[in-house]
Design a protein around this ligand. Structure first.
Ligand code: C2E
Ligand code: CA
Ligand code: CA
Length: 897
């Protein structure tokens, strides 16, 4: 409330004064007008009465004057001279008498008229009218604009004869003046002065016809009226001034307490609750003032309480903010109806809002979320809003200046009044620092301070994680326990610092060497991080996963030993040292980490006993196997380079007529030291070591040589030469490279067949199927090898563009003895036939097997019964055996189509 009166407006006192003054003024004006009218009217009545009185007085004065004049002339008429003259009836004498009388009496005219109205004689004014004046009649008469008194006196001369004396006497101005003075009004001749219009006039009662008027002069009344008006006006002004003064005083008196109340209210409104009016008035304003005082009293009482509460609230708010800062915890509320987001300051600090007081819009907030986590956060939020699911979710945010934060949000749906109020409430905690600290602690707990490698705990954890994975994949784990040979000597001779330096470099070389071996021989991605740990002293352990064969571990060990042999440079010292490795495998050598480590350690001691700088398997039998495989790798490389391999061919015979319809090319390697090595052994090694591409290249070349050499014979017999394609070779470029070779060698693709396993196709199905289509388009026949050992589903088969199904040897082996094997094989034959495939049985060794397969409708057989794999010259000599009946291949509709 403003205690100031705004400019241009009026205060309450001014308003009241103006209103009261207005009322006083207008009532005074009314009174003045009414009084004035009454005064004027009264004055006029007065004047009229005065006039009437004057008129009556004038009448009496005239009558009196006429009576005196009459009496005077009666006396004249009664004189004997007059009577005698008239009785004489002599006109000149009569005239002379008239003149005499006129002169005597100072009359204007004297006439003698007979009773019959005849003028007998006259003197003075000639007026015929005078003749008509009857005897005894006196009146006023106006002649020549002058008022005259006229008297007629009868003079009886005899009983029958009478003469009338008519005298005309002017009434002098002096007489008129005197009369006017006497009757208080002016006697004047009517019409004498036109300027007297606004004065009151009245004719004198009996003498109006004579033209005499009474004129009342109103000047006095007017002056009186004027003076009365002046006095009235003055009185009015004084009264007005008094009224104004009184009004102002009264208004001030009323407004002052109102002002006090207003000022007090304004102070209270501005928070000064000590303001009081303390009025002693007993009227309504006093009541109001006391009410205001009471209100202020109560307010200040409750304000005191409120101030305490507010203070508490502020303090708890500060505590909360500080607690949120310390805990890096922000809280938020999101109103679902309006989309309004409100959050604590710490919340915005966590999200790195430029201005934590303004915050960010929901869209900006969403943008800050890490792209990979955004989806899951939005999903959790949706689930929360739709189903009221409570959520706890960890996610990352990107900071505008670069960098990331790891946050944990917890939120739930809050509803009130049914669904009227729906909002998501929650907290967001910045876990970045905590996670970093946890990682630090974890790192210290799980790592070796000297080398930065993992320690026993970390290694145990890694093994425990790897075991279920290996179980799922059907692979093995290898634990290599590595101990430096005679390390004590380094410490003793060169000191512990050099010893530590060696250990650090050994650690690096183990990690590096493991990586190299894994990448080179086991198809690992370059970013692969091996699990290497230092158990203490000079003892290290390596975990190798995805082990399919013991030779993998032998190879890695060999590589590590080789790498560790190189001299170490520590400052100016050069140290040469070797190591021994003990190998244990899961699950063969133990289930649990402790057992595996113990066994690897035992194996390691075995290696030391064996002369050091070597590795040893815990299971001694493995040593032989692994070492042999290792030497296979070394010698196979040499054999391939020297061209020491051979290619044998095994015939296939059609069951219907026994005719030879194809040959499978099979690699043979006779090593001077190792003897004849089965491809079942060396192909796997070749695949693992990458030697397979050289081997495949060599086989294809050799097959091409044979096909070129024997083309006419093959054509004549309607036979093909098939060869095996390794899964590792069957990549996206296989078909085009193969086609290029055939073109270069000028080979008819129709004479070739490719044998491929399901596992090879399933490595990358899309690419493989595309490659198969390309090969088919070339005109090459395709056989699905080892059918029945892999996935072997009918639905899957339908999708593959193959021509021939080669049933694996394991099915055929017992069909003659085992009924269930027989029925299984029989249904595979039936299924293959139903799909329009050419079905070949592998590993047929006995006549009984051949008979059964023939009875079930199998197309062809391959096996020792038909012929063992043998060098080309001997194998191809079989072409044309058993009667060359060419029509028999017409059943193979899919290839001829
Ligand atoms: P595969 O493709 O199933 O070859 C058939 C295998 O069965 C050959 O073994 C063959 O000697 C053998 N065999 C044939 N008939 C009989 C029989 O009646 N009884 C018995 N017990 N065995 C018989 P091999 O030559 O040892 O080849 C083993 C595997 O090595 C082959 O199996 C094939 O997968 C692979 N292989 C052979 N040569 C090559 C090659 O040049 N390149 C590729 N990539 N793999 C090859
Ligand atoms: Ca084969
Ligand atoms: Ca096979």
């Amino acid at each position: 409330m403003s205690s100031e009166v705004r400019a241009g407006s009026f205060t309450l006192a001014q308003r009241m004064t103006a209103a009261l003054a207005g009322v006083a003024l207008s009532s005074m004006l009314c009174a003045f007008l009414l009084y004035d009218r009454a005064l004027a009217r009264g004055m006029r009545e007065n004047a009229e009465q005065r006039l009437a009185r004057a008129s009556r007085s004038a009448d009496l004065l005239i009558q009196d004057h006429l009576a005196q004049t009459e009496a005077r002339y009666r006396a004249v008429a009664a004189t004997p001279q007059v009577r005698a003259t008239l009785e004489l009836a002599h006109t000149p004498t009569t005239k002379a008498l008239a003149e005499q009388i006129r002169a005597q009496q100072d009359a204007a005219s004297i006439a003698f008229v007979s009773s019959r109205g005849t003028l007998l004689a006259r003197s003075g004014l000639d007026s015929s009218a005078l003749n008509s004046f009857g005897a005894g009649r006196s009146t006023l008469f106006v002649v020549a604009a002058e008022v005259h008194a006229v008297v007629s006196i009868p003079i009886d001369l005899s009983p029958t004869h009478a003469v009338t004396l008519v005298a005309l006497e002017p009434i002098s101005a002096g007489s008129l003046k005197r009369w006017s003075d006497l009757c208080g009004a002016t006697l004047t001749l009517a019409g004498a002065d036109a300027s007297r219009r606004d004065e009151l006039t009245a004719p004198i009662e009996h003498w109006g016809s004579a033209g005499l008027l009474v004129v009342a002069d109103l000047a006095l009344e007017r002056a009186a009226l004027r003076s009365a008006r002046w006095q009235l006006t003055w009185a009015g002004l004084v009264a007005l001034a008094l009224t104004l003064g009184t009004c102002t005083a009264v208004a001030r008196g009323l407004v002052r307490p109102v002002r006090q109340v207003q000022r007090a209210l304004a102070l209270i409104g501005n928070g000064d609750l000590s303001a009081r009016i303390e009025s002693r008035r007993t009227d309504e304003i006093g009541e109001m003032a006391r009410d205001v005082d009471r209100m202020a009293e109560r307010l200040s009482a409750s304000h005191g309480e409120l101030a305490v509460r507010l203070d508490e609230l502020r303090r708890s708010q500060e505590h909360l903010t500080r607690a949120q800062q310390i805990a890096r915890l922000g809280s938020f509320e999101f109103d679902l109806a309006s989309g309004a987001l409100s959050a604590s300051q710490e919340f915005w600090t966590i999200f790195a809002a430029e201005d934590p007081r303004k915050g960010l819009s929901p869209d900006q907030l969403l943008e800050r979320l890490h792209a990979e986590d955004r989806g899951s956060v939005v999903e959790a939020f949706r689930a929360c809003t739709r189903h009221g699911t409570r959520a706890q979710i960890d996610y990352r945010v990107r900071l505008p200046g670069g960098g990331e934060r790891l946050l944990q949000a917890q939120f739930h749906l809050f509803t009130l009044d049914g669904e009227a109020l729906r909002r998501v409430e929650g907290t967001v905690q910045d876990l970045t620092e905590r996670r970093r600290a946890e990682e630090q602690i974890r790192y210290l707990a799980y790592h070796d301070g000297l080398t930065g490698l993992g320690n026993r705990s970390l290694f145990t954890e890694r093994v425990n994680l790897a075991v279920p994975q290996a179980r799922r994949r059907g692979t093995k784990l290898g634990i290599l326990c590595l101990d430096l040979d005679d390390f004590k000597r380094v410490n003793d001779t060169l000191g512990h610092d050099v010893g530590d330096g060696v250990l650090r470099q050994v650690a690096d070389r183990i990690v590096q060497g493991t990586k190299e071996a894994e990448i080179a021989t086991r198809d690992r991605a370059p970013g692969f991080e091996p699990a290497v740990a230092r158990l203490g002293g000079d003892e290290f352990v390596v975990l190798v996963t995805d082990v399919r064969d013991a030779s993998d571990l032998a190879r890695i060990s060999e590589h590590l030993l080789h790498g560790l042999q190189r001299p170490y440079r520590i400052g100016s010292d050069e140290v040469v040292i070797s190591a021994s490795i003990g190998i244990a495998t899961w699950p063969d050598d133990g289930e649990r980490v402790d057992a595996l480590l113990g066994n690897a350690d035992a194996a390691m001691h075995h290696a030391k006993a064996d002369g050091r700088n070597t590795f040893s398997f815990y299971d001694a039998s493995m040593n032989e196997v692994a070492r042999r495989r290792l030497s296979v790798e070394v010698r196979l490389r040499e054999a391939l380079e020297a061209g020491d391999l051979e290619l044998h061919f095994q015939p296939k015979a059609e069951l219907a007529n026994g005719r030879i319809v194809g040959f499978e090319a099979l690699a043979r390697w006779h090593d001077p030291e190792l003897g004849v090595v089965s491809p079942a052994d060396f192909v796997a090694v070749a695949e693992q070591t990458g030697l397979i591409s050289g081997l495949s290249r060599w086989v294809l070349d050799r097959v091409c040589d044979e096909v070129t050499a024997r083309e006419p014979a093959l054509r004549a017999a309607g036979a093909r030469v098939s060869f095996n394609v390794s899964a590792r070779e069957f990549g996206p470029r296989f078909a085009s490279e193969f086609a290029a070779t055939l073109t270069a060698r000028g080979i008819d693709p129709g004479l070739l067949e490719i044998e491929i396993t399901e596992t090879a196709i399933m490595r990358d199905e899309e690419t493989a199927i595309a490659a198969l289509h390309d090969l088919k388009a070339l005109g090459v026949s395709i056989a699905l090898d080892d059918f029945g050992t892999g996935y072997s589903s009918l639905a899957y088969l339908q999708r593959l563009p193959v021509d021939t199904l080669k049933m694996d040897r394991s099915f055929i082996r017992s069909i003659a003895e085992d009924a269930s094997a027989a029925s299984l094989t029989r249904s595979i034959v039936a299924m293959g036939k139903a799909l329009g495939l050419y079905v070949v049985a592998e590993g047929v060794e006995h006549e009984a097997q051949r008979a059964l397969l023939k009875a079930w409708g199998c197309d062809a057989i391959q096996g020792y019964l038909v012929g063992r794999p043998s060098p080309a010259t001997r194998a191809f000599a079989r072409l044309g055996d058993h009667g060359p009946s060419r029509h028999s291949r017409s059943g193979r509709s899919r290839t001829s189509a």
